[in-house]
Design a protein around this ligand. Structure first.
Ligand code: NAP
Length: 463
């Protein structure tokens, strides 16, 4: 029987309810000549992945993208199974019984290590955990961070580092306008953090942060942004490299506008450093980080034509009470899904998963988003990424290269999930939670107050 008709719909499971999952679902559900049913599985009760748990709470505008995802979820051929972790509650092999195709859009939940001595000291933390904590990720509801610290260093100068620097230095008044987790709001109110160093290993011309983000650091209510004049200066190689690139020149101009700036008397200071790399973290007698050794770098062009940093013999020590490494996220393996460990992504070619041994496409298995290409780009980057994978899925369907599920119906899938994980969340359950969060926000004079605990979420929707 042909698959993709009203009588025999194409049944697809999307694992991971982040932006890519929703872009893929929307693209699949709008196919005119095919009847497609999408069942979306999500480990957490709430959908939206990185938009809810990654995007900084003071970037509410970006979060409004979820309205588009809601639209896809309204389709009668869309079903949501929240609070169901594939690889734990249900295996990939079990999913194959119910679907013609599986697409994994599970993002990049862990972080990359720095690999320097002292990294294991107390107070040396991945930025990913701090981000998850302030965004109310349920896995981090009990996370403890001591903000009696005065000096914080963030290693890496991507947009995540910018987010962390802002959240650490925002006033309570600024944070009230956000949906930051209540526990983080209270902890940040009491915070003693005064100095935040953001450390880039290359120069201003190679900075990974984007222009609006560096500009924002200069517009904080009670924090000044500072750059050392000698580090704001471009070396001749970089100056030649960006000449005529207006976007990059503009970014460098903003960085240089902070160079040598007098402090305006604001309570906190963010210092963005360039051409420095941490080489060691030194602890106090309690095993808590106290000092960071850094080395000055110079740039050279490698054999691929890329400007890379290399250490000079100029070293320095800075006092630090907390060190966040913010040098990139990393994907995690799910049992039954081909993975490429060196890059921390699913092993794939344009979204088609490849067998780890033969490197041939595995029938019926696909991937998208950060777990497909690595942690890069903005939320919108995941749309063309999802479309690329879906296009291959539809080609493979036309070529008959799909799974042969024993029970390809929505009812069978619902019955199976209900039996395996009776406390799963439907989209209607999420919408109830959403309405409660918004109402709680209104009562507190904030855009939203998030539930951060799975048990509380269950109670709130009557499970
Ligand atoms: P990222 O943009 O890739 O930045 C990683 C930073 O870590 C870079 O500065 C990189 O330096 C540095 N780094 C890597 N390895 C290092 C090492 N061993 N020692 C010192 N520094 C090291 O990653 P991200 O900040 O995690 O962000 C992930 C993605 O999400 C990015 O595409 C980002 O733009 C996006 N994002 C966007 C927003 C927004 O739009 N507002 C907010 C958050 C995140 P090099 O450049 O020298 O490699």
């Amino acid at each position: 029987m042909t698959v993709g008709t009203t009588e025999n719909p194409l049944r697809i499971a999307i694992v991971g309810a982040g932006p890519t999952g929703f872009y893929a679902a929307a693209h699949l559900l709008k196919q005119k000549k095919l009847t497609v049913q999408v069942d979306m599985y999500e480990a957490l009760p709430a959908p939206f992945g990185l938009v809810r748990y990654g995007v900084a709470p003071d970037h509410q505008k970006i979060k409004s993208i979820t309205k588009l995802y809601d639209r896809a979820a309204k389709n009668k051929n869309f079903h949501f199974f929240g609070n169901v972790r594939i690889g734990k509650d249900i295996s990939v092999a079990e999913l194959k019984e119910y679907y013609h195709q599986l697409m994994f859009t599970t993002g990049a939940p862990t972080d990359k290590p720095l690999r320097i001595p002292g990294e294991e000291l107390e107070g040396s933390l991945p930025a990913t955990e701090f981000v998850a904590w302030y965004n109310g990720h349920p896995d981090y509801a009990d996370y403890k961070i001591d903000l009696s610290a005065k000096n914080v260093a963030i290693v890496g100068i991507g947009n995540v580092a910018m987010d962390v620097a802002r959240i650490l230095t925002r006033t309570t008044e600024e944070l009230m306008d956000t949906d930051i987790a209540e526990h983080a709001l209270q902890a940040l109110k009491e915070s003693k953090v005064e100095n935040v160093y953001v450390l880039g290993r290359r120069g201003p011309a190679q900075a990974a942060f984007t222009t609006p983000e560096i500009k924002e650091l200069g517009e904080m209510q009670d924090a000044d942004c500072y750059v050392r004049p000698d580090e704001a200066e471009l070396d001749p190689l970089s100056a030649a490299d960006i000449k005529g690139d207006r976007k990059l020149e503009r970014k460098v101009e903003i960085i240089q506008s902070y160079a040598g700036a007098e402090t305006t008397g604001k309570a906190k200071k963010i210092t963005v450093r360039f051409l420095v790399s941490p080489t060691e973290l030194i602890g106090d007698e309690n095993g808590h980080v106290k000092t960071m050794k850094i080395v000055k770098n110079e740039l050279y062009i490698n054999d691929k034509g890329v400007m890379r940093p290399r250490a000079t013999d100029i070293v320095e020590e800075i006092p630090v009470d907390i060190v966040f490494r913010s040098i990139g996220y990393r994907g995690a393996r799910i049992e039954g899904v081909p993975f490429y460990d060196a890059w921390g992504v699913n092993l794939n070619e344009e979204g088609r998963l490849l067998d780890e041994e033969t490197k041939e496409p595995v029938v019926g298995l696909y991937t998208g988003g950060w777990i497909k290409r690595g942690p890069s780009g903005v939320i919108g980057t995941n749309k063309p990424d999802a479309v690329e994978t879906v296009t291959h899925m539809l080609t493979d369907l036309a070529d008959g290269k799909i799974l042969q599920p024993a029970n390809p119906t929505v009812d069978a899938a619902i019955a199976f999930v209900a039996e395996r994980k009776s406390d799963y969340f439907t989209y209607a359950d999420w919408q109830k939670l959403d309405a409660l969060e918004l109402a709680n926000g209104k009562a507190a004079g904030r855009p939203r107050v998030k539930f951060t605990n799975v048990e509380e979420m269950k109670t709130a929707v009557g499970k």
